[in-house]
Structure formats: structure tokens, C-alpha cells
Write a protein that binds this ligand. Structure first.
Ligand SMILES: Nc1ncnc2c1ncn2[C@@H]1O[C@H](COP(=O)(O)OP(=O)(O)OP(=O)(O)O)[C@@H](O)[C@H]1O
Length: 246
């Protein structure tokens, strides 16, 4: 096995056709090593979410290749792709996180159950307690705030130990104390369990907790910096990119 969990090679992603065709990613190559925490930053519209969606096998790029844990996604059928996402990828996304008819507890246990495993007794409750939701086990997503739903998704990533966790603005909807808690948990996935975390964020404070910051601009990698970086340095680089893309 390589030391790289996620490898993107020369990814192009486009939306629309003809005059309305828009190139969201324009030849992006980047690899995320096992046991590292990377932040993806860049101006609005620079392609961050598209990158995350392609890397996680939620969207297929128009060209280029994505490999997760040595499996090339391009060669997989939709069923195989679904299984790979379920077994090896954790999602901490603001949308399409959770199954609306299931309780928080059931949502956390779902990936394991779909894979035919039963979580260890108490493990689901412990994971939800770890994200501060011990008193919300039986709530359904509609009965939880956006931030709480995000934390249920986080608990699911804690319990199923996927090789890679993709997080899209995981702290965007949270107050600063809860944000720090979520970032601590993401760090623990990496430091204690050697999982790989790739996080899109606009927040320099969140990005400063990562080992590396990949900056996108106009669908290309504009900078790729290994930490530690202070939030102020990250904010300055982001401001510079925003200026350049205006
Ligand atoms: N479904 C879509 N159809 C058409 N264009 C799209 C679609 N999704 C994204 N785009 C366009 O592709 C480009 C990249 O979008 P993307 O969402 O990846 O950017 P982003 O960096 O995540 O932005 P933000 O920080 O605002 O979330 C943008 O110009 C956007 O308008």
C-alpha cells in the first residue's frame, strides 16, 4: 500500500455545455498522505467543493483520475463506488449528511450496519457523547440544529474509522467553543488513529489546525503550504488570492 490515501491526477471538472460551459477544476493534481490533516482554501467559486466532491467519488470529473486507498475510482461501477464511499470514506458535510427518518444514534450506527457489522455495545452512545450530543441520541435530524447535525456526522466518522474523512466547512455553522471541539476531534482522527482528513474551510483559524493548506484559485492549485502556519499567515495568503482573482 502507498502512503497516499487520496491521489488526484490532472483533474478537470466542467459544468454546463456550449457558451455556458464553466471549467471548475482545470488540471488539478494533488495527493493527501495517510495520517495527515489538510485544509483546502481559496476564494468563493475557486473549485473547493468540486474538488472535494470529485475526491470523494460523489461527482465524476470530466477527465483525470482519482485514487482512494489504491483503488482507482474511474473503473468502478456506481454500486462499487457506493460501497467504497460507505466503507472507506467519512463525510462531514452540511448537506446530505444524515438519513432524515433515522435518529442520531441510528445514523451513527448506519455505515457499520450496512457493512454487516454491529457496533460494539455503547460505542454509538460514546461517540455521540464525545461530540457533546449525549442528550440527543433519539433526536432525528429535523429536531437538531445544523451544527448538531454536523456533529452527528462527526460521531459517525469517529465510530466507523474510515480511511479518509472529507469535511466541507465543518465549523461553518458552529460557535467558537464547539468549533474548537470539532477541530480537536478531527486532529485526533489523524494523530491517534492515523486517518486522513481533508477539510474545505474559509476559516483561517480552522485551517491553522491542519498540517498543510492547499490554496485553490480559478480551478487551479495556487499554493500548497505545509504547516505549522498561523491563522494570520493563512488569512494573508487567502486575501492575496482573492485580490488576484478579482
Ligand atoms: N452544479 C453546478 N452547475 C454549474 N456550475 C457550478 C455547479 N457547481 C459549481 N459550479 C460552479 O463551479 C465553480 C466552482 O464551484 P465550487 O462550488 O467548487 O466553488 P467553491 O470554491 O467551493 O465556492 P464556495 O467557497 O463559494 O463554496 C463556480 O464558478 C460555481 O459557480
Amino acid at each position: 500500500m502507498t502512503t497516499q490515501t487520496v491521489v488526484l491526477e490532472d483533474i478537470r471538472a466542467t459544468y454546463g455545455t456550449g457558451e455556458r460551459r464553466l471549467v471548475a477544476l482545470d488540471g488539478v493534481s494533488v495527493a493527501f498522505e495517510r495520517g495527515t490533516f489538510s485544509a483546502v482554501m481559496g476564494p468563493s467559486g475557486s473549485g473547493k467543493s468540486t474538488l472535494l466532491h470529485c475526491a470523494a467519488g460523489l461527482d465524476r470529473p470530466s477527465s483525470g483520475s482519482v485514487t482512494i486507498d489504491d483503488v482507482s475510482l474511474g473503473g468502478l461501477t456506481e454500486d462499487q463506488l457506493t460501497r467504497l464511499r460507505r466503507d472507506r470514506i467519512g463525510f462531514v458535510f452540511q448537506s446530505f449528511n444524515l438519513v432524515s427518518s433515522l435518529t442520531a444514534e441510528q445514523n451513527v450506527a448506519l455505515p457499520a450496519r450496512l457493512a454487516g457489522r454491529r457496533p460494539a455495545p455503547g460505542a454509538v452512545a460514546a461517540a455521540l457523547a464525545e461530540v457533546g450530543l449525549a442528550d440527543r441520541l433519539r433526536h432525528r435530524p429535523s429536531e437538531l440544529s445544523g451544527g448538531e447535525q454536523q456533529r452527528v456526522a462527526m460521531a459517525r466518522a469517529l465510530i466507523s474509522r474510515p480511511a479518509v474523512v472529507f469535511a466541507d466547512e465543518p465549523t461553518g455553522a458552529l460557535d467558537s467553543v464547539t468549533s474548537r471541539h470539532i477541530l480537536d476531534l478531527l486532529r485526533r482522527l489523524v494523530d491517534e488513529h492515523h486517518q486522513t482528513v481533508v477539510m474545505v474551510t474559509h476559516d483561517p483559524v480552522a485551517a491553522a489546525r491542519a498540517d498543510r493548506v492547499v490554496f485553490l484559485s480559478d480551478g487551479r492549485i495556487a499554493d500548497d503550504v505545509r504547516g505549522p502556519l498561523a491563522p494570520e499567515q493563512i488569512a494573508a495568503r487567502t486575501a492575496h488570492l482573492v485580490e488576484k482573482s478579482c
